[in-house]
Design a protein around this ligand. Structure first.
Ligand code: URA
Length: 200
């Protein structure tokens, strides 16, 4: 299993199935335990992930680490990947011009990348898949999935026995009010505790 994941990682390095590869530093493939019972799926690598070649190692990843710890889930026991494996960005305007701002991937880019996600799921064969945010939920669960009303509940899926969606950690980072951020963090932790429930 681990070997086929390694093969996939090598193959994905050369992927040019959508235009996103052209402006990205590298393909950011999934990482973590190749035999994990839990797979987390995010949206796409951010600026730091693009440079380091690893998923969830920037600000959203650090918030995710805190939430996983609070939920009693060890990151070294899980496999983390993204629905889209190249960083889509645009230059910030004005004096911040050198910064690369995240741009939401288009449906055709999510579709083009889906083959890698499917193959990762087939190689890892997780018991639980957690979708972080709307893009992941649409890629894994259904195109009309609404995180605001449908998060934190198991849904039927052919990909794994237990599948649910929750907030994307970046959505929490965008909240201005400290109290709002803390409340959303607690909801994220509560959702992530479903992982232990599914595995028990
Ligand atoms: N956001 C994501 O969805 N994935 C990452 O890897 C980093 C930030």
């Amino acid at each position: 299993m681990a070997r086929s994941l390694e093969q996939l990682r090598r193959d994905a390095k050369r992927c040019q199935d959508c235009p996103l590869w052209a402006n990205a530093t590298q393909t950011v493939f999934g990482a973590g335990d190749p035999h994990a019972r839990v797979m987390l799926v995010g949206e796409q690598p951010g600026d730091e992930e693009d440079r380091k070649g690893l998923p969830f190692v920037g600000p959203a990843g650090r918030l995710l680490d805190r939430a996983l710890e609070a939920a009693g889930v060890r990151r070294d026991h899980i496999y983390i990947t993204n629905a889209v494996k190249h960083f889509k960005w645009q230059p910030a305007g004005g004096r911040a011009g050198k910064r690369r701002l995240h741009k939401t991937p288009a449906q055709r880019e999510i579709d083009a990348c889906h083959q890698w996600l499917e193959r990762e799921v087939a190689a890892v064969r997780p018991q639980v898949i957690v979708c972080l945010g709307a893009i992941a939920a649409r890629a894994v669960i259904s195109k009309d999935f609404k995180v605001s009303t449908m998060r934190g509940r198991f849904v039927q899926s052919t990909l794994a026995p237990h599948v649910f969606a929750t907030f994307h950690p970046s959505a929490l980072l965008r909240l201005k009010e400290e109290t709002e951020r803390e409340a959303a963090f607690q909801r994220l932790v509560k959702d992530l505790r479903l992982i232990n429930k599914a595995l028990s």
